[in-house]
Design a protein around this ligand. Sequence first.
Ligand SMILES: Cc1cc2nc3c(=O)[nH]c(=O)nc-3n(C[C@H](O)[C@H](O)[C@H](O)COP(=O)(O)O)c2cc1C
Length: 388
Amino acid sequence: MSWLYRHLLRPAFFTRDSEQIHNQTIDVLGNVSRSRVLRSIISALYSAPDLPVERFGLEFSNPVGLAAGMDKHAAALPAWEALGFGFAELGGVTWHAQPGNPAPRMFRAVRDEALINRMGFNNPGAEAMAAKLRDWRERGRWPKHPVGINLGKSKITPNEKAAEDYANSFRVLRPLADFFVVNVSSPNTPNLRELQDKAALDEILAALQEVNGSVSSLEFRVSSSRGQSAAHPKPETRNPKPLLVKVAPDLSFDALDEILELALQRQLAGVVATNTTITRPDSFDDRLRRIYSETGGLSGRPLRARSTEVIRHIHNQTRGALPIIGVGGILSCEDAWEKITAGASLVQVYTGLVYEGPALVKHIVRGLHRKLRERGMDSIQQAVGTGG
Ligand SMILES: Cc1cc2nc3c(=O)[nH]c(=O)nc-3n(C[C@H](O)[C@H](O)[C@H](O)COP(=O)(O)O)c2cc1C
């Protein structure tokens, strides 16, 4: 953690409401995104060394990505690249715009370096997100790294109509990003996680794959991770966009295996493991106990071990056939290495940024370089699933 963040920014941030600070940070990063000078300064301070990874047909300059939920509006897309990220997953976005749950809905459990949130997919809706993405392209601010979009289900849509709801968002956003993550694992939309059931998930995946395969000739190919400008579109070459599914850490391994079977049958590009957990660690600290009594999903340090366990299971069960994006409790290079050696090819951070600050990505990537060197390896791919 940088001295400035540890001693000045973080103590000041932590005296204020968590969501308020989040919104102010995104506003600042939105300004950074619009200013070439500010982006250059941030980039000079925080950019990470290259550590290339190639996965599901996309090239990542390093394996550390922004997790879903941080930038639900694509408000700061160009800033993530300046902060050193190798990719960013935007959203979750739903077909209908929605305000999410009443505030307060995000809480810090500081002693455990954790967060609890019950945001409930507050987002501007798929069409507004599409407009924002087009705007970044037209301004020439599209990042060089791959951009993913996390798709959720609108609260007003009943589970029986979920497939249509996901497909509507995907149809609008498909031409505008490099990969898509089907989120059926958020604990904060009533009954959403029931969509992890095999039959329900299969229906959603079938609907998305239909959209993926039946692309209008008016669409333009933007799948190159090098990001073409919308002003110079090329005709769609009908490449399907990589589709991944994001799973909850609270699934039993049997339930997880059913999803893996389906993911392989449906030839998904990979799995994102994991979302937040509804479980809570034991705590004798009154303050922590009070925070842990809040409803919502827990992220950060206490999620780390379970998320890694899920990643290891997926890797072993599929014999490495399904690429894994590992997420959950990564606050250091050691945590990222643990996920990679358990089977993840790429990793993501959210809560780690809150606790460790903006230098986190750079520190993780530098640390990964060191770990590879110490082991005589020259790529992340060689370390994936090596178990320790
Ligand atoms: C405030 C907040 C909002 C989130 N929103 C989403 C979301 O919209 N979609 C999603 O798939 N995951 C969402 N997540 C989960 C994160 O993407 C990630 O899976 C989880 O926080 C574990 O990673 P971490 O320990 O690094 O935070 C959210 C997490 C937080 C803390």
